[in-house]
Each structure stands twice: as structure tokens, then as C-alpha cells.
Design a protein. Structure first.
Length: 136
């Protein structure tokens, strides 16, 4: 039976703590828009890591909506984060010091992004593993 509610509507039916966590994830990832264009070396430059974070966020959202339409509100939804966020997360984790000075606003943002998305990815690994192992 197809879902009659959208994923967003279903998420709004979840406990308040989960809605708050989803809000934190969304705010953290969407905050990258503040850094898409940055002033560097006397000029303005495109910040590719910020664009990558946004691209991964929107790519995961599209895949998550598709998974929801196919399977419903199940732990498999975390697969969308694993597919899109993991490559960007790994790249930023490995190159963060070369991407931005730790004391800069963007450097501080990257630390917040790595903490928040790192927690989410750890939860997603557990959720997807539970889904495939049948332990719901």
C-alpha cells in the first residue's frame, strides 16, 4: 500500500526529541549556504566544500524521499545519508585544515558539521545494519 503521508508529514509525527534532532541536522547542513562564496586573498571565491555539503544534503533528501515512497518509514532511510554524506564527510575530515583555518568562521562551522553529521552517520550505520539483519 503506498504511503498517503509525505516523509515530512511522517517526520512531524515523531517524538519531539527526534524532530529536534532532525532540525539540528537540517540547520547544520543548510548553514553551509553561508560559506558558498567566501572572501579569500582579496577576492571572492566559490567554496567547493560548502557546495559539496549542500549537494550531499539535497542528494540524500531526494534518495530518502524515494526510499520512503518505496519502503515506508523504516531504518533503511539512513542509507541515503550513508550514500551521499559519507564521501563528503570523509573528504572534509581528511582535508579540514587545508580547507579552512580552524579559528575562522568556516573552520568552526566545519567542526560543528563533523560532530553533528558524524553522530548521524554512526546512527545511520546502526539503523541500516539493523534493517538488513531483520532486527528492525
Amino acid at each position: 500500500m503506498p504511503n498517503t503521508a509525505t516523509l515530512a508529514e511522517t517526520m512531524m509525527q515523531q517524538p519531539v526529541w527526534l524532530q529536534a534532532w532532525i532540525g539540528i541536522l537540517m540547520a547544520t547542513n543548510l548553514a553551509a549556504v553561508l560559506f558558498v562564496v567566501r572572501r579569500e586573498g582579496g577576492g571572492w571565491r566559490i567554496c567547493w566544500p560548502a557546495l559539496a555539503i549542500l549537494g550531499a544534503f539535497f542528494g540524500a533528501a531526494m534518495l530518502m524521499n524515494w526510499l520512503y515512497d518505496q519502503y515506508g518509514y523504516v531504518r533503511l532511510l539512513g542509507l541515503a545519508h550513508l550514500v551521499f554524506w559519507t564521501p563528503v564527510y570523509g573528504w572534509i575530515l581528511m582535508k579540514r585544515k587545508a580547507i579552512a583555518a580552524p579559528s575562522s568562521w568556516f573552520g568552526r562551522y566545519l567542526v560543528a558539521y563533523l560532530v553533528v553529521d558524524g553522530i548521524s552517520l554512526a546512527i545511520d550505520v546502526a539503523d541500516v545494519a539493523r534493517y538488513f539483519s531483520g532486527t528492525a
